[in-house]
Ligand binder design. Structure first.
Ligand code: X2X
Length: 337
């Protein structure tokens, strides 16, 4: 009896030294269950890669941390979800830097029209000094942001009534844009009539002809089935867009350091997966979307860009962002205005 008892105490004492985590039975509920909200359908690489990350995080934290994913704006529009993120009702959210600019003005600079000629320039800026500057501004507003921005892609214009062959075709076009001053400003500068509408209301706004057009990367036009309610797709590549993976600060700081490291590692890993997936999709989807009924054309970007310049678009936004931020952008892409 005595021997057994001593053995038992010894074993338990030893286990206690190893730490509570390793004593967690496999069936125990997660200690942390954090909600991750986003605006895209489950089939978009964003959600495919987030699901992979969630599995890897559960495994590497021995089930202590669960990433509960809510795609398709299930928890609310982007505008609502940003408020919920700030209050802590939602712990994680991926949001376009352009929409985030309603809180962090500098974060829309990556969406300046025709700023990035290609992906090399995008990653040089966003994984480099410009991205670091924007992340600092985001942290300054009390949010936590992961290092690697998730790719959305270069954006293309779709409409139900006409192709865009040159800047003149934007005249009075009723086009849905996300809720962001930069987007509105850019399409006004092109002579269009932009309407700010959250993504979760975009399909129905197109279907009911509240607006005639919208603009998004092909991977979103495909996965959100926007081709069902649009006829033309003009490959304007007029701006690049990406999603910052954001966290509520209190929720993030509540996590033990080892859990934080595992989460950050797999979230940044997912970002790199999304970049590869979106690149492949945006290259491959044109023929599929053409079969689904979209009529494609490729306008010259030069005249559209000139129209922006003549409208004073670049000068205006350079003034808003200030010379420091503008200089960091031009460091990656060359002179813009
Ligand atoms: O709202 C959009 O168009 C989308 C899905 O591209 C963004 O999140 C900016």
């Amino acid at each position: 009896m005595n021997v057994n008892r001593r053995k038992f105490v010894g074993a338990a004492g030893g286990a206690a030294l190893i730490g509570a985590a390793s004593l967690r039975p496999a069936w125990a509920a997660p200690q942390y269950r954090y909600k991750y909200a986003n605006n895209l359908p489950p089939s978009h690489p964003m959600n495919v890669r987030a699901n992979e990350a969630a599995k890897a995080i559960a495994k590497d934290t021995d089930g202590r941390f669960e990433l509960a994913i809510f795609p398709s704006s299930q928890l609310g529009s982007d505008t609502d979800t940003l408020s919920q993120l700030r209050s802590g009702a939602v712990e994680f959210f991926t949001l376009s830097g352009l929409i985030l600019s309603t809180l962090v003005p500098a974060s829309s600079i990556s969406g300046i029209g025709f700023a990035f000629p290609n992906y090399d320039a995008v990653w040089k800026a966003m994984d480099g000094d410009l991205g670091a500057y924007i992340r600092k501004e985001i942290e300054g507003k009390g949010l936590v942001v992961m290092d690697k921005i998730w790719d959305s892609g270069f954006r293309q214009v779709t409409t139900s009534n006409r192709p865009i062959n040159g800047p003149g075709d934007f005249k009075d076009l009723k086009i849905r844009v996300p809720v962001s001053p930069l987007w509105t400003s850019m399409f006004k500068a092109l002579g269009a009539a932009p309407a700010s509408i959250n993504f979760n209301e975009t399909y129905s706004a197109l279907q009911t002809k509240v607006v005639d057009g919208q603009e998004n990367p092909l991977a979103i036009i495909q996965t959100a089935k926007l081709y069902e309610v649009q006829k033309y797709c003009s490959l304007t590549n007029h701006m690049w867009d990406g999603f910052w993976f954001l966290s509520n600060r209190r929720a993030w700081e509540k996590l033990p350091k080892d859990v934080r490291e595992v989460v950050a590692k797999h979230i940044n890993g997912a970002a790199m997966g999304v970049r590869a997936d979106v690149l492949a999709l945006n290259n491959d989807l044109q023929s599929q979307l053409a079969k689904q009924g979209l009529a494609f054309n490729t306008p010259e970007p030069g005249p559209i860009r000139d129209a922006l310049r003549q409208a004073g678009f670049y000068k205006e936004w350079q003034g808003k962002y200030g010379d420091k931020a503008w200089g960091l952008l031009e460091q990656s892409v060359g002179k813009l205005s």
